[in-house]
Design a protein around this ligand. Structure first.
Ligand code: ZN
Ligand code: ZN
Length: 452
């Protein structure tokens, strides 16, 4: 493969640059949180259908898949564009009502996915390729807005809080063999880069219940749930000295309900807490420590403590053979000194880790943004890079995987050794992570039992 391949796919994308950039602008200015991305999803569905695609739609949640078949046998490559935004009210582009904003750059991914879809319909785009491609506009990558997702779960609409895992449950990826997506990065100067891995996570809602009483007249009759919560947060901070280097342990959270009125001892406090670490074992160990801190601090204040653990995302482990295949095409797309090939591990998470649990997949990055991810100063400064260039790179990579009888894709699939052998086996494991528990039991004889 040589640089002419990049020129060929560049021309296809350049032909649709207006479509991609208009769609990018629309999504950027209509940010929606996970499982609420109906406007974004609808817009993309319309554009895909105009291109002649028949879509496999999720229906009761946003998102869809479209298949491009070369007509020749071979593996199926899954390509993602994520639909959702994050919350950061201080970001100037945030929605004034919801605070939602594309401060993780997902608006670039979905616009690039549209460009890829358009390019693959062009004459000659599939020449010499074997196998097939599944393009997936997937909801809810960011793990947030927990009470909304729990309500969806209780209604039976979703079972999992991440869009990719929910799509797995719905059978969307049963026919896929390997996967990739490119995420936007605010790393400067311009570069295209790889990394090896990232954390997995688990999310929990903690409800501490005390007793309300007049805060001035009779505070001694109350049981202060807010103080129990702050004591627990302090205990969790003190536990950080037990974190082991290399586990990339992170615990962070927010108080979502802190009491009903200033005149009373707070009787109910709720927190959303996220646990992140590099392996499932480390997540589980950290999770037990955190649960015990909540239970013990609630007991110390005479409160009760209910904990609802929900599975988050599995650790991100890029497939090394697929990374190498991607790194081979990077210098065909840009100058060698702009290609950063790393095996770094980072503390963030993505539900691409769920996909990596069952098939070879990679999650590289392309520049085009500035500022802090999820922050007030994050902005997409170069959609030409984050949308158009990214789409071109992805097309060149698809070519590398699927040319010559899909030789490279086949080899990657043969050599891959994901931790779970099937989606069913994986989801059976994930289901063991759900937990709803009253962690403090007051016995009749005065003893207190902590159970996490
Ligand atoms: Zn993000
Ligand atoms: Zn992101």
């Amino acid at each position: 493969m040589d640089k002419q391949v990049f020129e060929k796919y560049s021309a296809y994308i350049d032909k649709y640059s207006e479509l991609c950039l208009e769609t990018f602008e629309y999504i950027l200015h209509n940010p929606e949180l996970g499982f609420k991305e109906f406007k974004t999803g609808d817009r993309l569905e319309r554009e895909f259908e105009k291109l002649g695609y028949t879509l496999e739609k999720a229906g009761d949640i946003p998102g869809f898949c479209a298949v491009v078949d070369t007509g020749r046998p071979g593996p199926r490559v899954l390509v993602f564009g994520e639909l959702d935004a994050v919350v950061c009210k201080e970001n100037p582009l945030s929605d004034p009502e919801t605070g939602a904003v594309h401060a993780c750059g997902h608006c670039c991914q979905t616009s690039a996915l549209l460009g890829i879809a358009a390019a693959l319909k062009e004459d000659g785009a599939l020449d010499g390729l074997s196998g097939s491609i599944k393009l997936c506009a997937v909801p809810a990558e960011e793990l947030l807005d927990v009470s909304y997702r729990e309500a969806l779960r209780e209604k039976g609409v979703i079972r999992y809080f991440g869009g990719k895992k929910e799509f797995m449950r719905r059978g969307f990826f049963d026919d896929c063999d390997l996967a990739f997506m490119i995420h936007t990065t605010s790393a400067e100067p311009f570069r295209i880069k790889t990394q090896l891995g990232a954390n997995g996570n688990l999310i929990k809602t903690v409800t501490i219940t005390g007793k309300a009483a007049h805060a001035g007249g009779s505070p001694h009759l109350g049981r202060n749930a807010l103080y129990a919560a702050t004591n627990a947060l302090n205990a969790i901070n003190a536990l950080r000295e037990r974190h082991i280097d290399g586990e990339y342990a992170r615990v962070h959270g927010i108080i979502t309900e802190g009491g009903q009125m200033v005149n009373a001892i707070p009787s109910e406090v709720k927190l959303d807490i996220k646990i992140r670490a590099r392996t499932d074992e480390a997540i589980s160990k950290l999770n037990n420590e955190v649960n015990l801190a909540f239970a013990a601090c609630a007991a110390a204040m005479g409160c009760s403590c209910n904990i609802s653990d929900r599975p988050g995302y599995s650790p991100v482990n890029n497939d090394e053979n697929m990374l190498e295949a991607f790194e081979e095409i990077m210098p065909l797309c840009t100058d060698e000194d702009k290609c950063e090939k790393t095996r770094k591990i980072v503390g963030s998470c993505s539900d691409i880790g769920d996909i990596m649990s069952v098939m070879p997949a990679i999650h590289p990055y392309v520049s085009g943004a500035v500022g802090k991810g999820h922050g007030a100063d994050y902005a997409i400064t170069s959609p030409e890079s984050a949308v158009l260039f990214s789409a071109k790179v992805q097309l060149v990579f698809l070519r590398a995987l699927l040319e010559n009888g899909a030789e490279k894709a086949r080899r990657i699939v043969e050599r891959a050794d994901p931790p779970f052998k099937s989606i069913k086996e994986y989801l059976d494991y994930v289901d063991t992570l759900f937990k709803d528990k009253d962690t403090v039991v007051y016995e009749d004889d005065g003893r207190i039992t902590l159970s996490v």
